[in-house]
Ligand binder design. Sequence first.
Ligand code: AZC
Length: 791
Amino acid sequence: MTAPELRDAILRHLTYSLGKDAGTATVYDWRLALSYAVRDRIVDPWFASTKAAYAKQSKRVYYLSMEFLIGRLLEDAIVNIGLLDEAGEAMNALGQDLTTVMLDEPDAALGNGGLGRLAACFLESLSTIGTPAYGYGIRYEHGLFKQSFFEGRQQEAPEEWLQQVHTWEFERPEAAFQIGFGGSVKEQGGRMLWSPDEAVVATAHDTPIIGWRGRWANTLRLWEARAVHGFDLGAFNRGDYFGAAEPEASARTISRVLYPDDTTEDGKRLRLKQEYFFTAASLRDVVRRFDSEYDDLSLLPQKVAIQLNDTHPAIAGPELVRILHDEKGMALDTAIETARGCLNYTNHTLLPEALERWSEGLMGDLLPRHMDLIRKIDEVHAKEYPARTVAMVENGDVKMGELAFTMASHVNGVSALHTELMKETVFQELHALHPERIVNQTNGVTPRRWVLSANPRLSSLVSGKIGMNWVDDLEQLKELEPLAEDSGFRGDYDTAKRSNKAELSNWFAKTHGVKLDPEAMFDVQIKRIHEYKRQHLNILEAIALWQEIHDDPNGDWTPRVKIFGGKAAPGYYFAKEIIYLINSVAEVLNNDPVTSKYLKVVYPPNYNVSLAEQLIPAADLSEQISTAGKEASGTGNMKFALNGALTIGTLDGANVEICDLVGPDNFFLFGMTEPQVVARRADPEHAANAIAADPRLARAIEAIRNGAFSGGDAERFKPIADDLSGKDYFLVCSDFTDYWRAQREVDAAYRDSDTWTRMAVLNTARSGWFSSDRTIRGYMSDVWRASSALA
Ligand code: AZC
């Protein structure tokens, strides 16, 4: 398609789809018109992909996830179909600026963090590789809440992405399933039949996900909940106007909001309803598609691979057994085997509070037949493995991790370290019984969004040297390695980074009214706020540095801007205290006439995928400082390394693999290892001892305690100060001294700009393994046994 053809297509949509005239069209109208014109280019390859998968009788991959943190889709689509230049020209011809129009798109924030963003990267890679696949999830009316700060404290407001027309989806009223809850189970003619006493309808909304070079497109199918009988006319006629709309309102609740907490389940009925709702609708869709092609259910595991993204869809095990056994009449043992042949489970965290458990009472009440089947599955398993001591149901709770594990062919962790810890800790016994089942698949990120689109300066520099094929095969970045020794290339690389930083500074000035010096080091920590991620270690270091600069204001300090971004779960008290502390420290430091030229702290609110795309290319330093053993993998860490930010980090999650690949000389390693963490925690005096041994640390905590950041109010941050000097479960104090040491090495390294750039180039050159294409290929060969349908 040429630019003039695209221009005409945009105008056509503006006129005939939107009913707008070019003279009065707003940026919003132009965005919609452009999106429709681009979407038109995706529909044909999308149909072709669907047809090819049927024609080849390909095995299909189904990725079930409560979360898809997809962000904006327009730029991704334009880039992947290769129309970026044409779109720019066409918009120019129409008197519009492409970037402005693309930035008008709201983020689709149907996820909390890593697990949701991983699902989004996977969808893009599956399409790029040409693996026939569907993503299945929930079409939340409200995605992750909007964060703002009021006097330093986090405020939450509902997110309203659907208030604007969502151009990418196609509603499929014909693809609808009735999903039941509650009721009872009765025997009928030798079969157990579940008759629910409540039901909602799941309706499909499809978004095509186009792969790189536009060769293949898969579907993201999101379910919306509706009432079976939408409107009670009888009630309306009786004058009960609210009552008339009640069934619809109550059904819709199920797809109303994304649970804003990715680490603790609040045990609510609604959450379990959401989980069953989308899992059941998806499985029915999978089985319907299978039935339309094959009439032998024993083929199911050969044709269907289902990936459970964490335990949220783990009810898929009993549900699939129920379909096969109760509905299709398969023998129970065979049904369990067949279901297991299709199912796989990815674990994303070892934090005990994040491992889902549902009370037997709730499960039995909401899903009585599933509760029976869970006990049956457990019995069958126990019979097969008499040595087993862990039960699926324990102390009145159904343990979803055990259920997911037992019903899966493969169980995977998301980094090498995490997978090993899974074997040693949460799944120790199950692993001993099924030593083949746990495999590792280290996470990855899509290079299209996270390098090509997010960092056009770096991308064109790289493509100018090694051509464009790195976008298809990210490990080709290796070819840049010798260029680390080329001063001309280093100069260009540095120029690209500086320009990204200048652009970010301008954005900060315009949107937040703060001036950042692009010459200063941009030190970035962006992720959910959680104690194990230790944003408080970072801010504690800022406090100590501020104090040190005051001691020697004429010292030779390396200017630094610490940038924070991230949301805390609304009910997570301590995380919200950390946010409050960061903002309060920022207030003092940024207004300090002595130190602010050396050290600033900024915290733009409402961190999301789009903000990450702005911050990562401009970062010099990537903070990956979790307590070893707690961060399953991380994916932000990979994005930073690819974009040439150096990491300061602990040996945790995928940091271990990043450090291995880029080399310890190009990575600022600090802190205890996982076994050291465990040993250290056994000493009840660990925090007190660490504080006693490091006067800098003691002084920083003292400043928090005596009100230096709360206008003298010693009460305000007492909980944080007390935790640090008391329990300090995440060992902030014990790692502080080594963190400080590593940070001063960072300072020294940054001052030698040329050497720093050399290290940064090596990070880019050696991080190509972290492409989600590599991860997906790993799942295809080791987990799904699926192949690409592209020739
Ligand atoms: C995250 C992990 O915390 C992160 O380390 C990992 O990179 C990411 O998953 C993708 O695997 N976990 C979550 O987002 N949520 C839960 C419930 O673990």
